[in-house]
Unconditional design. Structure first.
Length: 363
């Protein structure tokens, strides 16, 4: 059912901190942000152009990877810098690097194995049933009562990144193209997928959440780490196993995959992902939307403006032009790319919201 736009909606009720602390206005929305993201991601019926302020990422400490990676917010509290790092769920030790805002494997530590054929003897699987899910549920009950769409994030990699942590980058890259290791990799990725599905089950039982963001960086600034065919054969089937499980729970599956990965987008689609937000400086997000916006929800980067030079009229025109171009086809949906956060200010943010509300109201 269409919700008529009212000018009162343009009242700014708060300023939200978005990606890299960009300040993004939150308007007086006619429905909760949680409901708006659900309508966009699950029903494919947006109410306005979502910017990301509608979502909340939850990093529970009960999953060891979160502390290892440096992101924990149990009870709404961020851990201190000196607490970041440590062992992930497989016992691999990480150190937090402040300048990179992330973690790396501790130098000098031996890898679990050098040949993928040895993974069965080398990998010690976590006992997730021994994790105190009930205590985590109680600690975070209040945190998860906000009106945003609630994601849980897996931070240390789905398949390729996980393989790097097991073997090191060079050995992992070689394993992908070594025919003698490929069957072993399929077995490993399948077992990993089973583990992720069990963790997803535990999270759905313990928390009132709406979706999962899973990380697996596939590229450099110039190109993917591996070919399209390698991704399709060795990674996509196991991604699909996990996204199918997420969808069976009625949840959203969002992929975080950094790098110049335009050529991998059909693999992401085949992997069952609902949303992918490409790095906007090295991927042509607008072209990707034109070609694939009916198959996956993309984080699209609008044309930039200069707040010091452009007039208010020009800025509004740019916001309106973006809406007319990217909100007119009911079969194609996008969200604002997170790298645009610093430009989601003042009259641009206002015009983007108003124009998209009125556009979707008439869809």
């Amino acid at each position: 059912m269409a919700i008529p736009f009212h000018e009162d909606e343009l009242t700014v009720v708060e300023i939200s901190k978005a990606f890299r602390d960009a300040s993004v206005p939150v308007f007086h929305y006619p429905i909760t942000m949680r409901e708006a993201w659900k309508r966009m991601a699950l029903d494919k019926k947006p109410v306005w152009m979502c910017t990301g302020v509608e979502t909340f990422s939850f990093y529970p400490d009960i999953i060891p990877d979160n502390r290892a990676r440096g992101y924990v917010n149990d009870g709404g509290r961020r851990i201190k810098e000196e607490e970041k790092g440590g062992r992930d769920m497989f016992g691999i030790e990480w150190i937090y690097v402040p300048v990179a805002e992330g973690s790396m494997e501790k130098p000098g530590c031996p890898h679990l194995f050098e040949d993928a054929n040895d993974w069965k003897a080398a990998v010690k699987w976590p006992d997730i049933d021994s994790w105190d899910w009930e205590a985590s549920k109680k600690e975070n009950a209040e945190l998860l009562k906000n009106d945003q769409f609630r994601y849980i994030t897996f931070l240390n990699g789905f398949g390729f990144e996980r393989l790097i942590s097991f073997m090191g980058f060079e050995a992992a890259a070689m394993a992908l193209v070594d025919e003698e290791q490929q069957d072993a990799l399929k077995g490993l990725f399948d077992r990993l997928s089973d583990l992720y599905c069990r963790i997803i089950d535990k999270c759905c039982e313990a928390y009132d959440i709406d979706g999962f963001i899973i990380h697996d960086d596939w590229g450099t600034q110039r190109a993917p780490f591996f070919s399209f065919d390698t991704g399709r054969e060795l990674l996509v089937p196991y991604m699909k196993k996990v996204t199918d499980h997420i969808h069976a729970k009625g949840k959203v599956a969002e992929l975080h995959s950094c790098g110049c990965n335009e050529m991998q987008i059909e693999n992401y689609i085949a992997g069952g992902w609902d949303i992918w937000g490409p790095m906007s400086n090295i991927n042509n997000t607008q072209r990707l939307f034109e070609d694939y916006g009916d198959k996956i929800i993309l984080g699209v980067m609008p044309d930039l403006y200069d707040p010091k030079v452009d007039s208010e009229e020009t800025i509004r025109e740019k916001a309106n032009a973006f809406v007319q171009k990217f909100c007119s086809d009911p079969d194609k949906i996008c969200i604002i790319n997170r790298y645009f956060g610093p430009y989601l200010q003042g009259v641009y943010a206002e015009e983007l919201y108003k124009a998209s509300r009125m556009k979707y109201e008439n869809c």
